[in-house]
Write a protein that binds this ligand. Sequence first.
Ligand code: ATP
Ligand code: MG
Length: 393
Amino acid sequence: MDYKILLIKYAEIGTKGKNRYVFEEMMCKRMRARLKPHGKFEVRREYGRIFVEAFSDYDFDDVMQALGTVFGIVGICPVRVVEDLTYESISKAVCEYIGEEYPDKNFTFKVNARRNNKSFPKTSMELNCDLGADLLNCYQDLKVDVHKPDVLLQVEVRNVAYIYSRTIPGPGGLPVGTNGKGMTLLSGGIDSPVAAYMIAKRGVSVEAVYFHAPPYTSERAKQKVIDLAKLVSQYAGPIKLHIVNFTDIQLAIYDNCPHDELTIIMKRIMYKMAQELALENDCQCIITGESIGQVSSQTSQSLYVIDRAADKLPVFRPCIGLDKQEIIDISEKIGTYETSILPYEDCCTTFVAKHPVTRPSLEAIEKSEQALVGKIEDLYKKAIENIEVVNCW
Ligand code: ATP
Ligand code: MG
């Protein structure tokens, strides 16, 4: 069944006081963009509510999926509209609605009517009683439960009447674009796309940087990261992906630094470059996919030493307290898992030492990095100058 109107519910935006309309507008903008391929829709704010009105046929599941990617939405209620504002028409529509919506009538219900249109002759209380009685007459198996009903039937009488009872859950969060922008270190793995998704869910727009080391990492590995950025962009909006050729830097580290410190030193250079790109592109934070203790470079000491390389911006790691399985569950939910598990090489694993340090000291690492002075500056500059940008959406 197609519904002409969808009522959009949000939660946290409601606490934003005077700024609330900024959040609502941003959410409407994202909804319009996501609905565009699915038909003709109007998204509007009305009576402190957000409504979607359909002006063409549409596929219900596709539209629910599209709206399910818009952060800020906590619920979507498909609404039946009654244009003829008489009690008889509303009552008839309510009975038809319950008839069609709930084939099995063995449940309890409560009518929750709201008469905002004061010219309508019945009060909210009268509507509750009379519509409840009409429903009991129509369907003998129904029972009323005013405390814990199985079905709470909402009836709103405005210039038309709205009937609804179901809520399809939305993704929650805050609309993307309401909390600045972050630079994600995006690899082809499972964790960093989830990290980007989680930060985008808090309203942060996302850019991304991928460090690629041809010929040690393949074109396929790069394409995989582009594909992942496109998948995340379904939620986060368009993502500008910066692809850095990291090979020469990596070889210089390999040739000049102790091998048990390779990963840490490499990560420090990645973070430093990510910070530079972030500042150039108006990002206020760096986002990565580490989870504490997952591998040697993700111990507290390692993360401390890596963080010192990016000292001008906060580094956000939303997966930090999640188990691998919890991260996998999110990646499955958002549709990145299948792509993330495709076989690929990452520059971090290509040059990995057999026994990497797990408790690096900042002094020791900085001392080892001295060996790069005079050798790496030009390579660093060249890598920045030759960045390839791919706009993913
Ligand atoms: P992921 O699943 O995100 O690849 P991981 O478990 O493989 O993470 P590491 O390889 O230690 O962990 O990387 C930690 C984080 O560093 C990643 O989550 C990502 O944010 C960043 N990172 C690693 N490799 C790259 C890369 N080649 N390009 C950009 N960022 C990277
Ligand atoms: Mg990885």
